[in-house]
Design a protein around this ligand. Sequence first.
Ligand code: ADP
Ligand code: ZN
Ligand code: ZN
Length: 735
Amino acid sequence: MIQTVRIALARPLRKLFDYSLPEGVAVCPGQRVRIPFGRQSLIGLVVETQVEPPEGIQLKPVQAVLEDWPLLPDETRKLMHWASAYYQHPLGECLFMALPPALRRGRPAALRKQPHWTITEDGRQAKLPPQAHKQQALLHWLENQGKPCSLSDFKTAGFSADQVKRLASKAMLTEVEDDQREAARETASTATLPALTAAQQVAFSELPPIEKGFNCSLLYGITGSGKTEIYLHYIQQYLGTDQQALVMVPEINLTPQTVRRFQRYFGARIAVWHSALNDSERLQSWLRVRNGEPVIVIGTRSAVTLPFSDLAMIVVDEEHDTSFKQGEGFRYSGRDMAVFRAHQNNCPIILGSATPSIESYHNATSGKYHLIRLEERAGPAVLPTIRLLDIRSRPLEGGLSAPALKAVGERINKGEQVLVYVNRRGFAPVMMCFDCGHISECPRCDSRLTYHRRERAMRCHHCDYQTAAVNTCPKCQSEAYKPVGQGTERAEDILSTGFPDTPVIRVDRDSTRTKGSIDRILGQVNSGDPCILVGTQMLAKGHDFPNVSLVVVVNADGGLFSVDFRAPEQLIQTLLQVSGRAGRGTIPGTVLIQTCHSDHPLLQQLCTGSYLDMAQTLLDERAGARFPPYRAMALLRAEAETMGESLAFLDGVKQVIQLQPQQATPQTDTGIETWGPLPAVIARRADRHRAHLVFVADQRRTLQRVLGPLCQQLETQRQPRGLKWQIDIDPLETG
Ligand code: ADP
Ligand code: ZN
Ligand code: ZN
């Protein structure tokens, strides 16, 4: 009897495909197959077996079964099925997203044997010349590891393949055969964890042991309180030597320090997962997880989809960070999927943050999550004092007021470090003609062109448009064509001029584009010598700079009056996170926030209250306005060649929703509200006209019940040429 199987493809189609299996071949869900598809041959994943064959149709047979074991284990498959239904995203794309690119393309799922290196006696004795300090550092590092390391270990620690090769050629390193699996099982490290402080001990004791099963703890620990230390202890205390753990962090390449901290204690058990890995590194990490090695994965949001077979705990660090949510295509939240996964796996999960998201805080107050408070900094450090600096009638120089510059000078003179936070990269957000009023605008977007002085370029931060900077107004040729507003480059210039003897280090997407630049910058800061850091959001994230004693926020007002209901939350999170970089060592820190609205209640509360009080205020406001988390929200985004087409499409959808028969019973349903359609805040981006329609419902179920069939219907409907739509569940941006 010929068997029929149902296959998912990596296509944006809400549809599966049936094939027949050749005689004598058996498969199970999760297995990878090759199938004929039109004139192509594609990789597919088995979703269902023993499907009822269709009558009267001759199905095409599966061409090949790629492994005799399921590439996606049951648990990961179920997670992706859930995510597909929850986020209304095609199942095929969801399942394939859980595979590394090499396996999506059909590469064999086999671990390449990785050569490992150990240090030789020559290496131990080596005294390399100063210009080879990186090689010397590598030797030193390897010696401390106390075990053979692979190329990917070296890379994670910030060394290059080239350095390894050079040292090997000098016989300071030697290659050894090494079975990875065994290597990982060893407790690799000799380092012992520092003892927890009394406050940390109290917080730690509130974390449930693994045997308690699923449990979500929200660890509210102020900046510098030692949340990472708690994670390390938790893993050490509870993770079995054969078990796997997942630690999720935002944008890992920004915090190589964190990875190193974990490596110091857990050595080869650490596997990393982030976007800077190349395809074969990804494949290696993925297969280590799939092979059941007892790894501790440190990874960014997509690490939540890795094929764990014995996942015993999950940590989501900086759980409020918006980078956990994917901003396009499959718009999932890595944090929310992690909570689901922990539940599905019946294992504990810790969400940690100094500024928990309003959603998580709400779950903690409603008893769904267990709130643990850690409100003391570790060691001698204390929280910095936050002061508002009203700049309404003060002259500014590169965005900085005289009192702010004076404060910077005082700290530098004392040999301390200063961090200046500017929320925009480039020199100035706009060029303006003071004669005719002309403003530099992107020809493809409804947005302004940012002036980048270093590259003499005008750039759009919303599309990839770029043009050469000019000195005279393009419209009237006036020479009064001037930069307006603040960017990191401008602050850098002012500070370099004002403090010629102090290094000024700019940290933004432009200055960190090249590999290793972050490492270099961190190295310089960690040397402890006086310096001024100027940068964007990037500087706010999780860094530990013990000598920074002053933080200056150039302008705090952007988020105060935004149309987006999440803007105030994101503003105070950013301000507190940046502030948290001050005073982490022995020197008490100060934060100066420049603002034109020093009487704004939110900013006032920032100086005096605790974050949780502010979170409560924001939560109350959300309750009053019936915003999430009090109602479920989804956004249907559309873009087309004209705004008319986008709006017409969304209007059509709105009518369909309103005509939907009431399928639910009165007890469960209060219906769906729609807002809009409205043009997006940046209505035209890269010459596409964008609009959206918001859905809100009291019950998530109601939303799911309507959106599922709606997406199916939209997919099969003929749409105007060039029209694209996307659904966004629990949107973070509603503008
Ligand atoms: P958080 O993640 O909460 O901001 P970290 O875990 O980065 O804080 O800790 C802040 C600093 O305090 C780090 O330099 C860390 O090494 C140090 N620290 C934290 N806890 C301890 C401890 N128990 N003993 C010694 N140092 C600690
Ligand atoms: Zn002009
Ligand atoms: Zn543009």
